[in-house]
Design a protein around this ligand. Structure first.
Ligand code: SF4
Length: 72
């Protein structure tokens, strides 16, 4: 299912620096496929959007866990 944050998400809207092929792959995998696995989505759901760092990419799961552990 598509992520409901598509319109506002900096990653989906190409505001984050990433090689375009990789970006496309992540968009398909996470944004249009499985948002529940997206590191940005996970942090946002657990803590709120303001806790999502500008440089957190969808595949950074360990970092997401760290942020959640530190802010819970
Ligand atoms: S899946 Fe993640 S990167 Fe994609 S739009 Fe949603 S929050 Fe942003």
């Amino acid at each position: 299912m598509k992520c409901e944050k598509l319109q506002t998400c900096p990653f989906y809207n190409d505001k984050m620096d990433i090689e375009s092929g990789l970006g496309k792959m992540y968009k398909n995998r996470y944004c249009l496929g499985n948002k529940e696995k997206c590191a940005r989505y996970i942090v946002s759901e657990e803590l709120g959007a303001k806790f999502v760092p500008v440089n957190l990419y969808p595949n950074m799961h360990e970092k997401a866990e760290e942020i959640i552990a530190q802010n819970k």
